[in-house]
Design a protein around this ligand. Structure first.
Ligand code: ZN
Ligand code: FE
Ligand code: FE
Ligand code: ZN
Length: 265
């Protein structure tokens, strides 16, 4: 098993030492993990959301040190980058300055509104929910089209607080999944949604089937913000992957994907 979405305390809303995340992964006999802490935001600095730019080098170094400390597990240096319209070039530049194994691209903001942040949950009142989903999935498609990302993070994060539109969102999602396919990116099965009001993984079973039918590869992530969340609910993630039709998952080395069989998990 692999876990390709692990945070560190540098982001200001995760806890525990990196050592403990890796130790937990070893306890679970994971073969491979990827740290993917939050890349600094380019439109504001918020110590409760991301690390600072001057911490990036030290973050990468910490992963290198852990590789030596834990030869029994493969540890990758990834990053979770926000897709921020208008900041594509700056994001590209920042991503190029480090030798990441993989980059997760995530949409956490709509016109500066942090819709997945419980502090700003009031913002949902200002939206027609179907229009909100339309806007969100449009942004995710735009994120994929930048070509900056290897993995699209929590594809349907907009459901986090369980605000659900009445109308069918399949047409919106179909376009987004098409954009991910065209970009050659993966989606992740992210188990964090199970721990949130939405009560289900990102993406939903329906969307995952759409991804499979569109030939979009997957990877697996817990989005751990505490050591005990590493590998959380991966039995469910693996059955969801198999139910959708998948028999392999992607791992990354210096941004080049490789596929490993789900049967060995
Ligand atoms: Zn986070
Ligand atoms: Fe995220
Ligand atoms: Fe994350
Ligand atoms: Zn995330």
């Amino acid at each position: 098993m692999i876990d390709y979405h692990i945070h560190t305390a540098r982001c200001g809303h995760a806890s525990g030492k990196m050592f403990d995340y890796v130790a937990r992964a070893c306890e679970l006999s994971l073969r491979e993990i990827g740290f993917a802490d939050h890349l600094p935001l380019l439109f504001k600095q918020d110590p409760t959301l991301t690390m600072r730019i001057d911490q990036l080098g030290e973050y990468i170094q910490a992963v290198e040190d852990l590789k030596k400390e834990f030869p029994e597990i493969a540890i990758k240096a990834g990053i979770e980058a926000d897709y921020l319209p208008g900041y594509e070039e700056e994001t590209a530049r920042l991503l190029k300055s480090y030798d990441f194994d993989f980059v997760i691209g995530s949409v956490h903001f709509i016109d500066g509104w942090g819709f997945d942040d419980s502090r700003y949950i009031d913002g949902y009142k200002d939206w027609d929910i179907y229009k909100l989903y339309t806007r969100y999935f449009g942004l995710v498609a735009d994120a994929a089209k930048t070509g900056l990302f290897d993995v699209i993070g929590h594809l349907d994060l907009i459901k986090k607080y369980n605000f659900r539109p009445e109308a069918d969102i399949t047409p919106l999602v179909r376009d987004t999944v098409g954009a991910v396919k065209d970009a050659g990116a993966c989606v992740e099965i992210n188990t964090a949604g199970l721990r949130k009001p939405a009560g289900e993984m990102y993406p939903s079973a329906d969307i995952l089937r759409l991804c499979f039918e569109s030939d979009v590869p997957i990877t697996l992530g817990s989005d751990a913000h505490k050591p005990e969340e590493v590998g959380k609910d991966f039995d469910l993630a693996i059955s969801a992957a198999k139910d959708a039709g998948y028999d392999r998952v992607a791992v990354f080395n210096k941004r080049v994907p490789q596929y490993i069989s789900l049967d060995i998990f």
